[in-house]
Design a binder for this molecule. Structure first.
Ligand code: TPU
Ligand code: MG
Length: 570
């Protein structure tokens, strides 16, 4: 703040100060003439580090990943040509419940009233379209019309994002970023959490305790919103008070410790792990904590639980026959933990059902590389310091099957499902967590979408290990519906990432065709700290998990349901 205190304080300074106060330490940017003054102001803040990205799609996805690590992130782009690309990662943040602050420069405030046609726009002088579009994919969108409005609107957007765990949008005209502005008031006005309504909390906990008392076989099903609500600790407290089985949805993997004795696996219908589906289907009461039932998590609607659900969401609780608003998940779980009766009947049953650990075959060094051997070797890489990113494709299924050691983190983007997400998202995440070892499992098709962002890993010397599984195409799509469109042009991936080095970079690109080559490459990756290591793992085109095949069949069937309510003429 020293430099800013000496000169005039501006709208850009206000935004910078607020971002720093809410905990942003890196902001992701692509410059353009509508945001350059703003970028100067953000750059001048001593607590913010600017991180340039190769394009706005990657910029928004890097911010999405940063929000996973940091709780909140910022992505700064230029008008239209930039923002419309950044809408994609903003959509991801919305779908995945992450507070991402999308900031866009916009036209000079004098231009609309003069009906000026401007560059980077649709070519007509209505410049409200971007703001109108942003409203649909954020929980709060603001366009700053005058400097005097900036504090109020910036604060409103930030508070909304933090409370809702959703993205917000702030549009700043190019001639307002440097305009004089008052200094911000106390940050607690923005960051103070909303607590539960006391009466609603009491009533919901009482109702839940009574409801559960009448049940013989309760099971807890954890969904991705449990982690986003920051309720991991309270979840353990509640689960231990209950003593019952705890199953996780795939997108919630890592949100409850896998070495906990009540963990019974990932519930994913036909492709569940560790007999989690047997437990879920046996239950007579299901406490869904932050669960999301979509077509993917229910395997094409074949795995929707068929008993009434008790739903604990981020800010409300619903039972068959009752609803309680403004009950925060964390508070509810820890309060309920003091009210429930211990009932471990589902754990007694699970002990009888629990499958023996599978025998894992270790391939000979010279054996051609297989999917199973990659999984075996990746499993050995996992430690308490690992953060594992798995991208759309068979990487989802391979990742879900791995056993997470205590402390290991798992990141998946299953609601939005943008192929290539993992590369920029892991980059953003790793900047915030340099102490962790970030590993990415990504398919060849996904990698081709966002490959440029490896060059930022090179530039910022981020030692991410990328396991690129090259099966020469879009296998997940093949399993849902095949066609020539699922074939892609092969690349020399290992050589490509070394091209990003130019004269000063330290990326390593390695090729593994055999089990032995993969083991050697992993050793190199683990000792390489000066930049990313990409290991291209080549496998046969038909070598995919049986879980992907099964899941693909059901999702295809769900996609192909004929239209209902057709008129008789049709
Ligand atoms: O393991 P594998 O071969 O399935 O993974 P790979 O090679 O990464 O292929 C992924 C194929 C894929 C597509 C094309 N999965 N989903 N899609 C549809 C899709 C298209 N565009 C975006 C941005 N996201 C998508 N999920
Ligand atoms: Mg592939």
């Amino acid at each position: 703040m020293v430099a800013q205190q000496q000169g005039k304080f501006t709208v850009g300074d206000y935004l910078a100060e607020r971002l720093a106060q809410v905990g942003v330490r890196h902001h992701f940017v692509v410059p353009g003439d509508y945001n350059l003054i703003l970028l100067d102001k953000l750059q001048a803040h001593p607590e913010l580090k600017e991180v340039g990205c190769a394009n706005e799609l990657n910029c928004s996805l890097a911010a999405e990943g940063y929000a996973r690590a940091n709780g909140i992130s910022a992505c700064v782009v230029t008008y239209s040509v930039g923002a419309l690309s950044a809408f994609n990662g903003t959509g991801s943040a919305y779908a995945e419940n992450l507070p991402l602050v999308l900031i866009s420069g916009s036209p000079n405030t004098n231009d609309p009233s003069q009906y000026h046609i401007l560059h980077h726009t649709l070519g007509h002088p209505d410049y409200t379209y971007q703001y109108e579009m942003a409203k649909k994919i954020t929980c709060c969108a603001v366009a700053i019309p005058r400097a005097i409005d900036a504090p109020r609107l910036i604060d409103r957007a930030l508070r909304a994002a933090i409370l809702a765990r959703k993205p917000c949008y702030i549009e700043i005209p190019t001639n307002l970023a440097g305009a004089t502005c008052v200094r911000p008031g106390p940050i607690s006005a923005i960051t103070d959490p909303v607590t539960s309504d006391k009466n609603a909390l009491e009533a919901a906990a009482k109702c839940a305790a009574e409801y559960l008392d009448g049940k013989l076989k309760p099971v807890i099903l954890v969904g991705p919103k449990a982690g986003r609500a920051g309720s991991e600790k309270e979840l353990i407290e509640f689960a231990e008070a209950m003593g019952c089985a705890v199953a996780l949805q795939p997108a919630a993997k890592g949100m409850f410790p896998e070495d906990h004795k009540q963990f019974v696996g990932i519930f994913w219908g036909q492709v569940s792990s560790d007999a989690a589906d047997a437990m879920v289907h046996w239950a007579d009461a299901m406490i869904c904590v932050g669960a999301v039932f979509n077509d993917y998590s229910t395997v094409g609607w074949t795995a929707v639980p068929n008993i009434p659900l008790m739903t604990v969401d981020m800010d409300h609780v619903t039972f068959p026959g009752a609803h309680f608003s403004r009950v925060r998940m964390c508070e509810f779980l820890s309060h309920l933990a003091t009210q429930v009766t211990f009932n471990d009947s589902t754990m007694i049953e699970y002990k009888r059902l629990k499958p023996d650990p599978p025998h894992v075959h270790t391939a000979e060094r010279e054996e051609p590389l297989s999917r199973k051997e990659i999984s075996r070797q990746v499993q050995e890489m996992l430690t308490d310091k690992t953060s594992l990113f798995v991208d759309t494709g068979d990487s989802w299924f391979n990742g879900i099957q791995l056993k997470l050691p205590p402390g290991a983190k798992f990141e998946i983007e299953m609601q939005w499902g943008h192929i290539g997400w993992s590369i920029p998202a892991a980059f953003g995440y790793a900047l915030r967590h340099p102490d962790r070892h970030t590993i990415v499992l990504v398919g060849d098709g996904s990698f081709q979408v966002t490959a440029q962002e490896v060059s930022q890993m090179v530039r910022f010397k981020v030692p991410i290990t990328i396991m690129l599984i090259n099966n020469r195409g879009y296998t997940i799509e093949v399993e849902i519906h095949d066609g020539s469109y699922n074939k892609i042009k092969n690349w020399d991936y290992a050589m490509l990432v070394e091209a990003f080095n130019s004269t000063d970079g330290h990326a390593k690109g390695l090729l593994a065709n055999t089990a032995g080559e993969l083991a050697d490459a992993i050793k190199v990756a683990e000792s390489h700290k000066e930049g990313p290591t990409l290991i291209e793992c080549t496998i046969d085109q038909d070598d995919c998990s049986k879980e992907l095949i099964t899941w693909g069949h059901y999702v295809a069937a769900a996609n192909a349901r004929p239209p209902r309510n057709m008129s008789v003429q049709e």
